[in-house]
Design a protein around this ligand. Sequence first.
Ligand code: P1T
Length: 393
Amino acid sequence: MSQQTNILRQLPIDPLTGSISTPIYQTSTFVQEAPGVHKGFDYARSNNPTRKVLEDLIANLEGGDGGFAFSSGLAAIDAVLKLLKTGDEIVAVDDIYGGTFRTFTHVYEKFGVQIKYVDTSDPTNVLNAITSNTKLVWLESPTNPTLKVSDIEAIGKIAHQHDALLVVDNTFASPALQQPISLGADIIIHSATKYLSGHCDVIAGVVVTKTPKLSEAIKFFQNTSGAILSPFDSWLTIRGIQTLPLRVKQHCKNALKVAQFLEKCPWVDKIYYPGLPSHKNHEIAKVQQKAFGGVVSFSLKEDTPEQAVQFVSSTKLFNLAESLGGVKSLICHPANMTHASVPREKRLSTGIQDSLIRLSVGIEDADDLIQDLQQAFEQLTSANKQAQIFAEF
Ligand code: P1T
């Protein structure tokens, strides 16, 4: 059965009314027949029927034991980090989302957790960094924003040989393209704000666990910290997931066309898209993913923040905003926006150049998107010419 059919088939029809849309149970508590005697729901921080539909759906899509919905992707990440104790280590991908880097550095290092960043696109680097103190190996694949792809299966084996768990932030691929548990991951994270919900109208996060033991631990942290997803936001995310395979197909098709256009552009220096044979991880991406995703990054020949700022301010269909994975195209300058919390030296060492630009390619017509980029490049050229004339005077 296709993933699209599976999603629509498994969403329950409300047994009380026949409602085809999942009801929003906007309640904080549930009346009990006698103390401790209830219908599986007692207090809505611990469990809520709307949230449960989403949690069961994402667990099924990722092939996990349990799913847990949080009020943001970072809240989901925080719940997983609570598995650690002082003295534990994480081996993490070096090109990591800025907010995850900030949580690692400014919260968990303070509690004595050590983080080692390595280029995980070569599994040998993980093998060299891992020690008996390593409890988590942390991947994003593809990464944010340089779209590095790591061999999840190979790294899973290394992690397990050293009694560590493999965590994969699957935000960029989504389960429509990649199911990390089937490749050996133990825990999956999503910023459900992105492809899962898909319309830039909700902030949400999920964790999917492989085993009942991990499910019990994450459930405990979800209930203890209380950073749960609200019933309405759960409903929005369920609604988004109903069209996930359909949307992702169009994102991928458009992104490939945009990447092929950028590859031929005289203004572009480096281009990052795992679907291009020139991408250094294209081979593993082909094996591991169904298609290559909707995010494309590139740097400019004139590698200055000013050039990037000028470019990202000139597009009309690509809206200048953080985030990705929504139906509308977005453009962003990571050095100033999503990765501003990463120190410049570290940023540069992971390939996030001053002029790096990230596109979240939406589901508009690809030719319209390409035309928009073309006119922005032309504006850049005429602005540069004008600056040159002024400089000569
Ligand atoms: O924004 P939030 O829902 O809390 O998710 C955090 C997060 C986690 N993991 C990855 C790979 C992410 O990209 C994000 C959020 N990223 C952006 C907001 C962004 O524009 O890149």
